[in-house]
Design a binder for this molecule. Structure first.
Ligand code: FCB
Length: 463
């Protein structure tokens, strides 16, 4: 990506104990993120319709431990307590997502008032706490009824999504300013249609290319709908951007595999949305799905670039795989979180600098965090020093990016709460706050206190 000299020792990164205040813009936004299916639960309550993850979780062997999001953190009923936690941490912003199946149980047509009421109550509570709501329209939970009509493989999905965006903007856009269209479109597209690891569990390049294009069309349509319906919207899309590296023997074929993974992961959505073109490695494969005028519909002006970043990703050549490459683990000799994700703050710094240069948009880091397996100690506390270390070193990298001139305007930790971590179920925890699932008790971890003091130190917000 960029050409920074790399110190030889990967864990010798100079973590700053004190944040570099002079580097941080005055209005820098400190936040935390969550998503609907991962925390809300109440899957069959108050008229919510089924979503694709409900059905997928019921398929044997899909989710570790046979877990599902039916109850999750029961946030639907406990949102007031969770908003109080936001206040304790002292964040200025809270990113959440709306569950499309909760507000439109059949995906389109009649809205579910009880579902809309829930988001009214949530937004009002967040605003009352002095916190800015950041609303994401789609964090992977497509209504099952739309999947039954072909889901993202149906070109009509773009219009379904724009109508849904208009509904939400019309209902909440008097109070919510910050809107994201999609969370990590490259991840649900690639995992859902390329690797069969997420619903609808397809591994077919032709389907993947079609889905990519339709999701991009949906993004463009939603941007227009949000602008038309919300009062003063500030709109972005949230992309997962991680350097893709060659694993295995690092042969020329492995390097080509990594380049292809990077095109799918890092470029298939940001490039058309922000530059009006598909990346050269994918353009020919996607072309059959592109009609006249499509690129102009996709390439709509947005206000910021949402960036999720955790760790480099790896690929190796595999002629037998549908896409011609296989996903690979990080090498053995690099530092990793308990979840096996490489800890590489330089990759974060380089990505922040690179994204700003490529797209010329202000960048908000909308997710960053560490997955661990943990439990309270004998005194009932959760001392998650691994997470504190990860966050401290990644924030040091962010300060470096600011020093190098990157236009980074905010940072959101994934996540406020431990939650349903997709294929790994409830085993991997990302929260600043521990959730004891049997009792639904919330226990702020050491990292929550650490983050609260950091924010207070910089922003003067009193936890
Ligand atoms: C991201 C997802 C988020 C969470 C984190 C750990 O890819 O957007 O929902 O699962 O990873």
């Amino acid at each position: 990506m960029t050409d920074f000299p790399r110190p030889a020792v990967p864990n010798g990164f100079p973590a700053r104990v004190e944040p570099e205040r002079h580097l941080i813009p005055r209005d820098f936004v400190w936040g935390v993120s969550t998503s609907a299916y991962q925390i809300e639960g109440a899957a069959k309550v108050d008229g919510r319709g089924p979503g694709i993850w409900d059905a997928y979780c019921r398929e044997p062997g899909r989710i570790a431990g046979g877990d599902n999001g039916e109850v999750a953190c029961d946030h639907y009923h406990r949102y007031a307590e969770d908003v109080a936690l936001l206040g304790k941490v002292g964040v200025a912003a809270y990113r959440f997502s709306v569950a499309w199946p909760r507000v439109l149980p059949a995906g389109r047509g009649a809205a579910n008032e009880a579902g809309l009421d829930f988001y009214d109550r949530l937004v009002d509570a967040v605003l009352r706490a002095g916190i800015e709501p950041w609303l994401c329209l789609y964090h992977w939970d497509l209504p099952q009824a739309l999947q039954d009509e072909g889901g993202w493989l149906n070109r009509d999905s773009a219009a379904w999504f724009a109508d849904y965006a208009a509904l939400i903007a019309g209902r909440l856009g008097d109070r919510v300013r910050r809107f994201a269209t999609f969370n990590e479109p490259s991840v649900f597209a690639l995992f859902g249609y390329g690797f069969a690891w997420h619903p609808p569990a397809v591994a077919d390049p032709a389907a993947l290319h079609k889905a990519i294009h339709h999701v991009n069309l949906a993004h463009g349509g939603a941007v227009d709908a949000l602008r038309a319906q919300a009062r003063a919207p500030s709109i972005g899309c949230i992309h997962s951007m991680q350097p893709a590296r060659a694993a295995g023997g690092r042969t020329a074929a492995d390097e080509a595999a990594a380049a292809l993974l990077s095109a799918y992961w890092n470029e298939a959505f940001p490039a058309p949305q922000n530059r009006g073109e598909y990346p050269p490695l994918l353009a020919r494969a996607i072309a059959p799905h592109v009609r006249d005028g499509d690129m102009a519909r996709i390439h709509r002006p947005v206000d910021w670039f949402g960036l999720n970043h955790y760790s480099p990703i790896f690929a190796r050549a595999d002629a037998a795989a549908p896409l011609g490459f296989a996903w690979a683990d990080a090498p053995d000799d690099v530092p990793k979180t308990q979840m096996g994700w490489q800890v590489d703050p330089w990759a974060f710094r380089d990505t922040l600098i690179d994204v700003g240069r490529r797209y010329g948009l202000p960048v908000y880091v909308m997710e960053n965090g560490a997955g661990t397996v943990e439990q309270p100690d004998a005194s009932g506390n959760v001392v998650d020093l691994e997470r504190v270390g990860y966050l401290a070193v990644y924030l040091s990298a962010l300060y470096d990016a600011l020093a190098a001139g990157a236009d980074v305007r905010g940072y959101f930790v994934w996540s406020l709460l431990d939650n349903f971590e997709w294929g790994s179920g409830y085993n991997n925890r990302f929260g600043l706050v521990y959730v004891d699932y049997p009792t639904q008790r919330r226990i702020p971890k050491a990292s929550a206190y650490w983050y609260a003091y950091l924010i207070r130190g910089i922003m003067g917000r009193v936890p």
